[in-house]
Design a protein around this ligand. Structure first.
Ligand code: BG6
Ligand code: MG
Length: 216
């Protein structure tokens, strides 16, 4: 029986990928190479430091650990400037209705995000009140596809993995859900989210009872 819903944040609740992209591209250009939107796909769901490793590999740049940290901080400072201006208009279509219905039907609701900026984003888009628990990059040590973030959310919600549905837009996130024994719904491109139990293109016109029927 499904008792809880755990949502990834970036790309599921709101489209922050565009801000990550702008900040990474600025960093890349400053280092002397370009970084395309297509290449940015590789960074979705991936931790900040791993994202930087991928970016530097694309640029063919090798740096030591201190510089890595400085570059990650530089990117994050720019990213925080972007997300500090976010508004509730940036919540993806259908999300609020879906969350409202889930709350009315007494599902427990959590966030399971790799981002260390999750709380800033939730405050800006004014969605905090829907979530019983927020597990983010400040609370876990192992990045997705390790299921730690979802295990922690399930444990704080006092439910078992098999009683949860994880909603994810990134391959690494679906992998994490599968690795942890959670049900999973891919949000976005069904081709890259093939290992999810079910895929939706977004939350518009998606009824929670239909999803539960498909999954249980
Ligand atoms: C994930 C994003 O949610 O969080 C990744 O999909 C991002 O693109 C990661 O790198 C870490 O985010 P932050 O905000 O801690 O740099
Ligand atoms: Mg995501």
């Amino acid at each position: 029986m499904i008792k809880a819903l755990i949502f990834d944040l970036d790309g599921v609740i709101t489209d922050t990928a565009k801000y990550h992209y702008l900040a990474w591209r600025e960093l890349a250009l400053g280092l002397g190479f370009d970084f395309t939107e297509e290449q940015n796909e590789q960074l979705k769901g991936v931790s900040r430091i791993k994202s930087l490793e991928i970016l530097l590999e694309i640029g063919g740049i090798i740096v030591d650990e201190d510089i890595m940290e400085q570059l990650a901080d530089k990117k994050n400072t720019r990213y925080v400037e972007f997300i500090s201006k976010m508004t509730p208009d940036e919540i993806l279509p259908g999300v609020v209705d879906f969350l409202k219905k889930a709350k009315t039907e007494e599902y427990k609701i959590g966030i399971g995000s790799a981002s260390k900026n999750a709380q800033t984003i939730l405050n800006r888009i004014n969605l905090n009140s829907y979530f019983d628990v927020v597990i983010d990059g400040t609370k876990v040590h192992k990045p997705k596809p390790d299921p730690e973030v979802f295990f922690k959310a399930a444990s704080e919600l006092n439910v078992k993995p098999e009683e949860c549905i994880v909603f994810e837009d990134a391959e690494a996130g679906i992998e994490a859900a599968v690795n942890g024994g959670f049900h999973s719904v891919g949000v976005g491109n069904s081709k890259s989210l093939g290992s999810a139990d079910y895929t939706i293109s977004g939350f518009e016109n998606v009824l929670i009872e239909d999803l539960i029927k498909l999954i249980e």
